[in-house]
Design a protein around this ligand. Structure first.
Ligand code: CIR
Length: 252
């Protein structure tokens, strides 16, 4: 496995914010937490490819939003926040070493954080970042490789993967107030603790769930279900509305 990450820009405090109030961000602390996250990925079997930060890309560390990586192809997105559209160049160049690269083009917008891959289905959140043209274009690009795209209505959260992520071969972790579990058909699911609405974003890697320290109650729910967790401090990047899945692109 390969994990693409991107270092944190000095301008992270100018990040996009949608649902959170702007709080002071300690960039040095965010970098320390990010380094520990990267080490967790290494420990879980990933070879890291670290892209440098760019001062013009305050949100560049949230690399998940810039591409959808499948075994057969990588689709470079056109992020929904205009300030984030220049993030894709460096990512496209890096991905081209490992996959054929296709690109979304305007008027399409789509953030990778809206795309949940379950087998050959890509569930795509119809969020404020991912528009109908983005969902249609993604579908056209992946169809020749045997993937099907399904749009998902979602509640008032940033991305689909804020509301739901995969945590085991047959198990999702989700916030049922933001997404209807029935949509995902085959999968069993666990609900986040009621007072931890942001706790559904996890990164599942080869049998281990990389999971934020902040969500104690939901962590216990995952452990009681027999899942193995690797806990990481992620609260500084959480002030920029980022979770653990959004800080890497995993190439299997
Ligand atoms: C943004 O609003 O775009 C960033 N501040 C946070 C992006 C988080 N990305 C993700 O959850 N996939």
């Amino acid at each position: 496995m390969l994990a693409l990450t991107r270092e944190i820009s000095d301008n992270l405090p100018q990040c996009q914010l949608t649902h959170l109030d702007r709080l002071p961000i300690d960039v040095a602390r965010a970098r320390r937490q990010h380094a520990i996250y990267e080490q967790a990925l290494r420990d879980l079997g990933c070879q890291l490819v670290q892209l440098p930060a760019d001062p013009a890309c305050p949100d560049g560390v949230f690399i998940e939003d810039t591409a959808v990586v499948l075994d057969e192809i990588a689709i470079v997105t056109r992020p929904g926040a205009p300030s984030r559209q220049s993030e894709t160049e460096a990512v496209a160049a890096a991905l081209a070493q490992y996959r054929p690269v296709a690109r979304l083009s305007g008027p399409a917008t789509l953030d990778g954080g809206d795309v949940l891959q379950l087998g050959r289905t890509l569930f795509v959140g119809a969020s404020r970042r991912s528009n109908a043209a983005g969902i249609v274009q993604l579908g056209e690009l992946v169809a020749p490789h045997g993937y099907h795209v399904q749009a998902v209505e979602m509640g008032a959260c940033l991305h689909l993967k804020t509301a739901v992520t995969q945590v085991a071969p047959d198990r999702l972790l989700l916030n049922p107030n933001w997404v209807d579990p029935a949509i995902f058909g085959w999968a069993r699911w666990l609900a986040v603790a009621e007072d931890e609405p942001m706790a559904a974003n996890a990164l599942w890697l080869e049998g281990t769930v990389v999971y934020p320290r902040a969500y104690e109650k939901t962590a216990r729910i995952l452990q009681d279900a027999g899942l193995r967790l690797r806990r990481v401090e992620a609260d500084e990047l959480a002030k920029a509305e980022g979770g653990v899945s959004c800080c890497s692109l995993i190439l299997r």
